[in-house]
Design a protein around this ligand. Structure first.
Ligand code: UDX
Length: 464
């Protein structure tokens, strides 16, 4: 919305939320999320044509276009638990819109939703419409965190789905005109509602599938002596495949991939497409396998026990340049190591101690609910300490795990780290960002995903 405000000075944008602290943060100097470049964009438009308010009903009533960007968590109970999207927040937003509206409106689905959600929303709106005309559009968002501003300023495409009726097409044109302020016309795609909804789930599933494909290969590389980076490079040179999203890792995280695939799986199952559901579920299963495999490598390398040993976790965010920890592989890796009674010392340049402790105490999928519905007093983990420096985290540690590819981890003084660690000193690079040869020269035992194994690791009889 800040980007729309920036690019369209003639449009007034009001971001509303029922959470007072959140809106206060958006109105302050300390924005509630870290995203490179966002500060500048918000500060350039705030109080000019970009406003943040808790007066939800007033601003919805006044708006011509309402973008709904509420959370759509994975259901934890009842029908479809563990897979289906929970549309509680969407439904209450739709009912509120119907309640307060006094003029015709375009309602835009910005949240990622299951296919056919628009139909349900349409029903809620039209059964409560008091003669008001509502048009529903699907306008999924494809930005990635860490590069959001760039992605929004120069999108590969903007997708707008609408009803194939005159009213629906008029609404599509109205939204198209907003984006046309800065996006070339040939990049604004228009489709029917269901195609737009499904395209978003499909795009995320395809991206995640590439990562699971290269991660599956990484296991085979370790068994055969191939190097996954070389394989990825050679494969990606094929112009039909392309080089992006082929970095082997400890596993993908983030708020979208797993959730959207599970959602896709559920939709397939509901439509009786068991094989299709099974196919996509495997992408998530390989991701879980990769995280477990990493933990097994750590524990087995360290004489099959990490009990009472200090292990440094460098990076907790789900990727670099963000403070976001939703579905980060760090959570599963830490749980795995804590299960083996390790003592963890965690450092991430952007994630706070509170957040890390809350994440480690939270049940799966709870993160996608508002803060007041999440566990309030996280269990204190005696085995976990959170520190503000990589050298502090690694001091006296037996092992170091790189979980997020922060640039600063490439530039650390590894000789100094080695000197201050217990010996043998282990490094497990879950992101393939370190120079393995240089580390081995210092004296580290190194494991790097999908790379030829250190003789130390190779000699271990471990089933992964
Ligand atoms: C993703 C989609 O890219 C975006 O289009 C959609 O709108 C939201 O979901 P995001 O979750 O912000 O964006 O991050 P992304 O860059 O896609 O990374 C997701 C995860 O995959 C991260 O944990 C990242 O580290 C991992 N990843 C990515 C890999 O492990 N290897 C890769 O080659 C690329």
């Amino acid at each position: 919305m800040a980007m729309i405000a920036l690019k369209c000075p003639n449009i007034e944008v009001v971001v509303v939320d029922i959470s007072k602290p959140r809106i206060a943060a958006w109105n302050s100097d300390e924005l509630p999320i870290y995203e490179p470049g966002l500060d500048e964009v918000v500060k350039a438009c705030r109080e000019k044509n970009l406003f943040f308010s808790t007066d939800v009903e007033k601003h919805v009533a006044e708006a011509d276009i309402v973008f709904v960007s509420v959370n759509t968590p994975t259901k934890t109970r009842g029908l479809g638990a563990g897979k289906a999207a929970d549309l509680t927040y969407w439904e209450s937003a739709a009912r509120m819109i119907a309640d307060v509206s006094k003029s015709d409106k375009i309602v835009v689905e910005k949240s990622t939703v299951p296919v056919k959600t628009a139909e349900a929303i349409e029903k809620i709106l039209t059964h409560n419409n008091k003669g008001i005309n509502f048009q529903i559009l699907s306008n999924p968002e494809f930005l990635a965190e860490g590069t959001a501003i760039e992605d929004l300023a120069k999108p590969d495409r903007v997708l707008i789905g609408g009803r194939e009726t005159p009213g629906g097409q008029k609404a599509v044109e109205a939204l198209k005109a907003v984006y046309a302020h800065w996006v070339p016309e040939d990049r604004i795609l228009t489709t029917n509602l269901w195609s737009a909804e499904l395209s978003k789930l499909a795009a995320n599933a395809f991206l995640a599938q590439r990562i699971s494909s290269i991660n599956a290969m990484s296991a085979l590389c370790e068994s055969t002596g191939a190097d996954v980076s070389e394989v990825a490079y050679a494969v990606g040179k094929d112009s039909r495949i392309g080089p992006k999203f082929l970095n082997a890792s400890v596993g993908f995280g983030g708020s979208c991939f797993q959730k959207d695939i599970l959602n896709l799986v559920y939709i397939c199952e509901c439509n009786g497409l068991t094989e299709v559901a099974h196919y996509w579920k495997q992408v998530v299963q390989i991701n879980d396998y990769q995280k477990t495999r990493f933990v097994k490598r750590v524990v087995s390398s360290m004489f099959n026990t990490v009990s009472g040993k200090k292990i440094a976790i460098l990076g907790f965010a789900f990727k670099k340049d963000t403070g976001d920890t939703r579905e980060t592989p760090a959570i599963d890796v830490c749980h795995g190591l804590l299960g083996d009674k390790a003592l963890l010392s965690i450092y991430d340049p952007q994630v706070t101690e509170d957040q890390i402790k809350r994440d480690l105490a939270m049940n799966k999928f709870d993160w996608d609910h508002p803060l007041h519905l999440q566990p309030q007093s996280p269990t204190a983990f005696k085995q976990v300490s959170v520190v503000w420096d990589a050298y502090e985290a690694t001091k006296d540690a037996h092992g170091v795990c790189i979980i997020t590819e922060w640039d600063e981890f490439k530039k650390l003084d590894y000789q100094r780290i080695y000197d201050n660690m217990q010996k043998p000193a282990f490094i497990f690079d879950g992101r393939n960002v370190l120079n393995v040869e240089a580390l081995r020269k210092i004296g580290f035992v190194v494991y790097s995903i999908g790379k030829p194994l250190d003789p130390w690791v190779k000699d271990l009889q471990v089933s992964i």
